[in-house]
Ligand binder design. Structure first.
Ligand code: GAR
Length: 184
């Protein structure tokens, strides 16, 4: 089962997905980033996985940019497209072409807090629980059908930084597991 992973930054979820390939029986056949300086590129190198880099800053037009992504995906024909901290909105035509095959992980208990700054928003709202959601990607931002959601209790000592850490630790466990289940 062939997986393509999209990321934009630190890539700790990418690392976890790569590290669990043998255990869960899927193969990351390629990666994609919009950010030539993404720290996560190091994990592609370590695992000797090709990473296609297309800098979104070189494009004014999202359709044109996503057209290149579509060609990249058509050449690979993966079973699953995994967004792991990919911080670009995908155009409707791209999402429609790969409907049911693109999954995303989002650091909140959706439908709470789509978009950015989810940890700060949970703290500000004095939420008792926080967590992460894996969902299918549709053309509506962070709103596709939910596949899996995991939560934990927020402690009075929690800060944005501690919540980021707790959510990522959770994500590193549930994302590879869920990918393997989706591919069965
Ligand atoms: C993860 O926490 C992921 O849930 C979030 O970005 C982080 C990426 O971390 N994704 C989004 O906010 C998407 N809306 P990583 O680069 O270390 O894997």
């Amino acid at each position: 089962m062939r997986v393509v992973v999209f990321f934009s930054g630190t890539g700790t979820n990418l690392k976890s997905i790569l590290d669990h390939q043998n255990e869960y029986g899927y193969v990351v056949c390629s990666c994609f980033t919009n950010n030539p300086k993404a720290e996560g590129l190091i994990f592609c190198e370590e695992h000797k996985v090709n990473c296609k880099i297309i800098d979104h800053k070189d494009f004014n037009n999202r359709e044109e940019y996503d057209g290149l992504i579509n060609s990249f995906l058509e050449n690979l024909n993966p079973d699953l497209i995994v967004l792991a901290g990919y911080m670009r909105i995908m155009s409707k035509s791209l999402v429609d072409n790969w409907e049911g095959q693109i999954v995303n992980i989002h650091p909140s208990l959706l439908p709470k807090y789509p978009g950015l700054h989810t940890h700060q928003r949970a703290l500000k709202a004095k939420d008792k629980v926080h967590g992460s959601t894996i969902h299918f990607v549709t053309s509506e931002l962070d709103a596709g059908p939910i596949i899996r959601q995991e939560s934990f209790e927020i402690e009075s000592s929690d800060t944005t930084e501690s919540l980021i850490k707790k959510v990522k630790n959770l994500e590193h466990k549930i994302y590879p597991e869920t990918i393997s289940l989706l591919l069965k």
